[in-house]
Ligand binder design. Structure first.
Ligand code: NAD
Length: 389
């Protein structure tokens, strides 16, 4: 029987709704930020959505700097460069603006600028976060422009260690932004591939959190409603990017996924992290590829829970019905069915597979999988996702 003992951390103030980006100057004042560093990625930096947001700062006569040297799947050199700009510009807070990449790097700049230890000393391992000087962490206002990672309501930042090609999760309670502006209008320009990939990321967060063992009824409740929102709205947002209601519901589902995954994640993420680090694939799309294979692998442990979830969202046929609905949704969204469809020219030899399996079983998300992710299981899952069977 599950022990009824748990720890619940619920998130930050979210100013949610279309047009609310206009409240950015007010949100900065509320967070005590007078001289923000605006952090985003170079793709977004070229889009009108950034120009119009910066105009809000100009109009309010807020002095700011811009840093946009952020790779998708950000790396340490991005962080080092960002910290230098933050210090040089004497900034007192960060506007983290973007998808998970811009949000995470912005959060990590605010965190790391005042630390003396390397960022890797704050990996999400045990209580490593207590090593940080928490008084030196600058406040963060987060503005998501994708609807997937939920990083805006999370206490973690993901960064790739370039030498070891591993994605590391950096954790501190003060990485939680002070204020979030969740404005679905900012996500309207996402191209279909990113809409699908980020939306499936939100789905994977909700699904893995719901399936993770442990007592967390709040996370479970949030996760199943998040999954319902994904099934109802992701195909709509994918088919018509201007459908603002669908965009808004997906933005909620993304935040719900991250609120829920404090309960735990699982093998979808454990496999997706090494693939993302080694092949630079889109995180959410990689999760989407692994989803049906991991679901089948976990079947015995989650069959009853998934049947309950299926009934809640109106899918007939229990576990099998849900598994079919996942495949149908992936197809509708153009998600590659097998890894070689995602990574063109993929040619994984035995050694490479062994490396990925070894990385997967030590990934911090592996412990949340309802069935133990052994090396043998990780290898089998990898083979299945390569064969598409
Ligand atoms: P992303 O931030 O890497 O962005 C992907 C692409 O979409 C970029 O080219 C970007 O310019 C573009 N883009 C973003 N918003 C857009 C918009 N509104 N219009 C047009 N283009 C837009 O993608 P993501 O999936 O949001 O984030 C992935 C990153 O987040 C990965 O590094 C992943 O590991 C990390 N992540 C973090 C957490 C967390 O809890 N902190 C959770 C999951 C994933």
């Amino acid at each position: 029987m599950t022990k009824l003992v748990s720890k619940w951390n619920y998130p930050t103030t979210v100013r949610f709704g279309a047009g609310r980006i206009s409240e950015l100057p007010d949100a900065l004042a509320a967070a005590g930020i007078k001289r923000p560093l605006f952090v985003t990625d170079p793709g977004l930096a070229k889009l009108p959505v950034v120009a119009s947001t910066l105009k809000l700062l100009d109009d309010a006569r807020i002095p700011y700097g811009v840093f946009s040297d952020v790779k998708p799947n950000p790396v340490e050199s991005n962080l080092t460069a960002g910290i230098e700009v933050f210090k040089k510009g004497k900034h007192d807070g960060v506007i983290a603006f973007g998808g998970g990449s811009g949000l995470d790097l912005g959060k990590l700049i605010a965190f790391q600028a005042g630390q003396t230890r390397p960022v890797w000393d704050f990996e999400d391992i045990g209580d490593w976060w207590t090593r940080a000087n928490s008084d030196a962490i600058a406040p963060i206002v987060a503005v998501p422009t994708t609807a997937g990672t939920g990083s805006e309501v999370g206490r973690a930042g993901v960064i790739t260690h370039e030498e070891t090609h591993t994605k590391k999760v950096i954790f501190h309670p003060k990485l939680l932004p002070a204020i979030v502006i969740a404005d679905p209008e900012l996500t309207v320009g996402m191209p279909p591939f990113i809409t699908a990939g980020t939306g499936m990321d939100a789905f994977a967060h909700c699904l893995e959190a719901y399936c993770a063992p442990g007592y967390h009824p709040m996370a479970d409740g949030i996760a199943i409603e998040g999954i319902r929102l994904v099934f109802e709205n992701l195909p709509r947002a994918y088919a018509n990017g201007k459908d603002l209601a669908a965009r808004a519901h997906m933005m909620s589902a993304a935040a719900m996924g991250a609120a829920a995954f404090q309960k735990g994640l699982g093998a979808i993420h454990s496999l997706s992290h090494p693939i993302g680090a080694l092949y630079d694939t889109h995180h959410g799309m990689t999760n989407a590829v692994f989803m049906p294979y991991v679901l089948a692998f976990n079947r015995d442990a989650v069959e009853e829970r998934i049947a309950r979830l299926a009934a809640y969202i109106g899918i007939k046929g229990g576990f099998d019905g849900f598994a079919k609905a996942v495949l149908k949704l992936r197809k509708e969204l153009g998600v590659p069915h097998a890894l070689p469809d995602l990574i063109k020219g993929l040619d994984m030899d035995k050694k490479r597979k062994a490396l990925i399996a070894d990385m997967a079983i030590v990934d911090p998300t592996a412990g949340g999988n309802p069935v133990k992710l052994t090396r043998k299981a990780a290898l089998a899952l990898l083979d299945n996702s390569i064969a598409g069977a």
